[in-house]
Design a protein around this ligand. Structure first.
Ligand SMILES: Cc1cc2nc3c(=O)[nH]c(=O)nc-3n(C[C@H](O)[C@H](O)[C@H](O)COP(=O)(O)OP(=O)(O)OC[C@H]3O[C@@H](n4cnc5c(N)ncnc54)[C@H](O)[C@@H]3O)c2cc1C
Length: 265
């Protein structure tokens, strides 16, 4: 059985950022990611002022601002998160740290002073004794599921859609927000020629299965007074506030799980 002082499970933005902070402090750790390489499609695009302040602390703010699109006040930066994660990976690599791609956290067992962890790579299992396990696995991680950190449902919240849509013409760097009595639509730049649309789903579409951007296109074009091109993808989501009931010492759930820590600490 191998021993690891700190294991970071998940190389999304949170895991990479934590890895960079530890690497710069000279603290040894391993970082694993179940995907076989970095993500190629941006989900998050907007970094708010507080996030930029954190980047300033690790001397990365200027590099991000240079590559991103500076949105009008209050200060926000449009910087697709796949590009952003590539930047963190580069920084880690320069410090001699590589993510272990294709390695998944499979099982977690907490003991009094350590965590027993099973990892899987290409079907092969590795059992490790871990001092601190940082579950940076996003919203539906093994750590959260196996420790029964479930959340009460508040599914009556409004349903939103989010889509990346081609918009021709000169690059737009503004954020547009339009609202009427029933719906709101927001448009912000992702990259040249590509805009992120976020909006509430039209009330008459709420019961419809398999919504596509075509269902929302006419309403969005009307509210934004713009002709929109091909939609690359669309997804729907609801905003929830989740609060966990328990906090356990050797297990950490940062990032997409941050509300857990705030609530339980
Ligand atoms: C459509 C969309 C738009 C968004 N827009 C914004 C925005 O504009 N601005 C903003 O600030 N936020 C935005 N967000 C939220 C933001 O993306 C998340 O807060 C952020 O990605 C959380 O990062 P994370 O590293 O905690 O989790 P994730 O990005 O989910 O990363 C978790 C990683 O862990 C890996 N993993 C999972 N399970 C295991 C396992 N068992 N073993 C090993 N690895 C595992 C996953 O493969 C993944 O790479 C958006 C989210 C979505 C879905």
């Amino acid at each position: 059985m191998s021993t690891i002082n700190i294991l970071i499970a998940g190389a999304g933005t949170t895991g990479l950022m934590l890895a960079l902070r530890l690497a710069r402090a000279g603290v040894p750790f391993r970082i694993i990611e179940r995907n076989r390489g970095p993500g190629q499609a941006p989900a998050a695009i907007v970094a708010q002022a507080l996030a930029i302040e954190f980047y300033q602390q690790i001397v990365l703010a200027e590099q991000l601002i240079e590559h991103g699109i500076n949105l009008p006040s209050p200060f926000e930066l449009s910087f697709p998160h796949d590009d952003h994660d590539d930047c963190l990976l580069e920084q880690l690599s320069a410090l001699g740290v590589e993510v272990e791609w294709g390695v998944a956290l499979q099982q977690v067992e907490q003991h009094r002073d350590h965590v027993a962890v099973t990892l899987v790579k290409n079907g092969l299992r590795e059992v490790c004794e871990v001092g601190y396990l940082c579950g940076c696995e996003g919203a539906r991680g093994v750590l959260r599921n196996q420790h029964d950190l479930t959340f009460p449902s508040d599914s009556d919240n409004p349903l939103f859609y989010v889509a990346d849509v081609v918009v021709d013409g000169p690059q737009r760097t503004n954020v547009y927000l339009r609202a009427d009595r029933h719906q709101l639509t927001l448009m912000a730049p992702v990259r040249s020629g590509m805009q992120r649309l976020v909006g509430t789903v039209a009330p008459e579409l709420l019961a419809q299965q398999n919504l596509t951007f075509e269902d929302e296109r006419a309403g969005a074009e009307h509210r934004l007074a713009t002709t929109l091109g091909k939609a690359h993808w669309m997804s729907t989501y609801r905003v929830h506030q989740h609060v966990a009931e328990v906090f356990r010492a050797c297990l950490m759930l940062p990032g997409a799980c941050t509300p857990l820590l705030k609530a339980s600490a």
